[in-house]
Design a protein around this ligand. Structure first.
Ligand code: AMP
Length: 407
């Protein structure tokens, strides 16, 4: 159970200025928001604070902002969409300085229940990403209390996630987590620390190297660990199989052997692909035509690469998922961006949609796949944070959670 102050622990909010760090890092195409899940997910906390008569000051990053502040990465479209969803005006401070004079005056003009959205925090460059003291203080100066509801950014010790809390505390304010953070932590935390068993974890995606600690940690917690996607081929090679031109990380072969041994020692099931959909080359473009054959995992020809799990593996993984009471899934089973190579990912998504088990989708590509397939409302929880949920599954403490006051 989370032992941190939540938005419900903030008292006497009437007229108080509350700074809320949201994760409004939404995908944009030519200036239009293509998926507003993260805006919707932020509403409960914002509405609660409005209802209490607080002055609600929102901040977030958007995109990577590699070439300095620019209109393409402005939060303006978010302000508009948020205003529609809240059914009330959202005052957007478009100033690239984020916390400058324009922000100070907008906040000074706020009435109870008003909402102000600051500009993209990454417009302050390394001051944000390196947790700069000055920017942290400027953010804190705008508010009395602080709420972190940006789960998707909570694994980063940035000024608007971590640094700001020190200055809020220094002036006697409270630092709490919002409802979205609470929900994410409850689902992911319960799944990992207190799962209803059998607990099956499914990992996929491109590289083993990105998921070393997740594999190791989940092996200890789950009953069955399923590995598909590009990362499975390093495991298959570690077992002495020829994998042709499939994606392999030769520096991680020993690691994979260690994990296979670890699973045996702990008495955990480790399921790997038994067949694969292979092609002569990676499709280019990624969703372009590709000629595929299915072969047993132990018989991948030297000149072919595995780009999806095969139908037998899909059945094996789906059956394992269906026998579980708790399932956590992160990472696609193949190059799902290509319709010819999406069957494995679809089979796993369908199995999770059909089971009565608690199903938790760990953000990123698996969340995109579930959404695309129209299975979103069949899942118990779809995380809004890919990187953050992975770090959580690794057993790491998230800076955005740690920075909140203890209860
Ligand atoms: P990740 O970001 O690690 O979750 O990886 C997601 C990416 O892995 C997707 O873009 C998939 O296309 C890619 N992927 C999945 N399976 C394979 C595979 N067998 N070979 C190459 N890439 C893959």
């Amino acid at each position: 159970m989370l032992n941190k102050k939540t938005v419900d622990d903030l008292k006497d909010l009437k007229g108080k200025r509350v700074l809320v760090r949201c994760d409004f890092n939404v995908p944009l195409k030519e200036g239009a928001i293509t998926d507003d899940t993260r805006i919707t997910a932020a509403l409960p906390t914002i509405q609660k604070l409005i209802g209490e008569g607080a002055k609600v000051i929102l901040c977030s990053h958007l995109g990577k902002v590699k070439n300095g502040p620019n209109e393409g990465e402005s939060l303006a479209p978010v302000a508009e969409r948020l205003s529609e969803k809240l059914g009330k005006p959202v005052v957007f401070v478009s100033d690239y300085n984020v916390t400058g004079e324009a922000a100070t005056s907008a906040v000074a003009a706020m009435q109870e229940g008003d909402v102000v959205l600051l500009q993209n925090t990454r417009f302050r460059g390394s001051e944000e990403t390196k947790n700069g003291e000055q920017f942290s203080k400027e953010l804190a100066d705008l508010a009395d209390d602080y709420v972190c509801d940006a789960f998707g950014s909570s694994h980063r010790a940035h000024a608007s996630v971590e640094g700001v809390t020190k200055f809020i505390s220094a002036k006697g304010g409270s630092n709490a987590v919002g409802y979205l953070m609470q929900k994410e932590i409850d689902f992911l935390g319960n799944a990992v620390e207190n799962p209803v068993r059998p607990f099956v974890a499914i990992l996929g995606g491109a590289k083993v190297a990105d998921k070393l600690n997740v594999i190791s940690n989940l092996l200890e917690k789950c009953d069955t660990l399923i590995i598909g996607g590009g990362m499975a081929f390093t495991f298959l090679k570690a077992q002495g199989m020829g994998v042709g031109n499939s994606l392999v990380d030769d520096t991680k072969l020993d690691y994979c052997r260690e994990m296979i041994e670890k699973a045996e020692k702990l008495g955990k099931k480790l399921l790997l692909p038994v067949d694969a959909a292979v092609a002569s080359a990676f499709p280019n473009p990624i969703d372009g035509p590709v000629d595929v054959t299915v072969v047993p995992a132990s018989e991948i020809p030297d000149d072919k690469m595995g780009l999806d799990i095969g139908p037998e593996t899909a059945k094996l993984f789906a059956d394992a998922a269906k026998s579980a009471k708790t399932v956590v899934w992160n990472g696609p089973m193949g190059v799902f961006e290509n319709p010819t190579l999406a069957a494995g990912t679809i089979a796993v998504a369908r199995a999770l949609a059909e089971t009565e088990a608690t199903t938790i989708i760990g953000g990123g590509d698996s969340a995109a796949a579930v959404n695309q397939l129209g299975f979103a409302d069949k899942m118990s929880h779809i995380s809004t944070g890919g990187g953050a949920s992975l770090e959580f599954l690794e057993g790491k403490a998230l800076p955005g959670v740690m920075a909140a006051d203890d209860k």
